[in-house]
Design a protein around this ligand. Sequence first.
Ligand SMILES: CC(C)(COP(=O)(O)OP(=O)(O)OC[C@H]1O[C@@H](n2cnc3c(N)ncnc32)[C@H](O)[C@@H]1OP(=O)(O)O)[C@@H](O)C(=O)NCCC(=O)NCCS
Length: 187
Amino acid sequence: MKFESKTFLLKDGREALLRLPNEADAEAMLDYLRTTAGETDFLMRYPEECDQKYSLEGEKAIINRINASETELMLACFVEGELAGVCNLMFNNGMKTRHIAMVAIALVKKYWRLGIGSAMMRELIAIAEKREGVLQIELEFAEGNHRARAMYEKLGFRVTGVHPNAIMLKDGTLLNLYLMAKELKKR
Ligand SMILES: CC(C)(COP(=O)(O)OP(=O)(O)OC[C@H]1O[C@@H](n2cnc3c(N)ncnc32)[C@H](O)[C@@H]1OP(=O)(O)O)[C@@H](O)C(=O)NCCC(=O)NCCS
């Protein structure tokens, strides 16, 4: 999907750039995937899985495929040229589910608490609101992810369901996944 790059100000006064990633970002995207997977238990992967699953060429192909897609959007946020985080928006194609969009987001830890998460999510919500026929945005968060939950609630999402024991950590800890939804105001 198309997206016109834009900038916004962080809570510390620095400027952030929001844009589509491109092939030249593939290496930074792989680093980002590994880093974020190691910084929190609340994402769906461990760092070593990133090395097994992704390659530079594979990442370039993923970036190109998503940029060319009419149903998926991936946005990257850069601060002082460094990749701070990525968010995704996915629209459904099926007749019975195309009123629902899904979102996901993760930032590198040193860029938490600067307002990037809220800014990126607001951007995705605005895009979903403009898409014909989309009535609801959904997402999932893992048990214990208070920061994410607080951000989503602030943006109008509410918990709508639970997937018990959806995640098992290496030490055997089981975590629920919670489903959240936000109904969209249609213009
Ligand atoms: C969750 C995440 C995307 C939030 O992004 P962020 O840029 O840090 O969030 P923001 O700075 O925009 O803050 C969003 C809100 O979170 C809440 N918040 C911030 N710090 C918090 C804390 N320590 N505890 C609870 N809530 C907190 C506040 O409501 C804040 O809004 P406010 O600043 O207007 O009061 C980010 O922390 C992240 O990438 N975490 C790791 C990956 C992850 O958990 N992804 C989500 C998976 S569902």
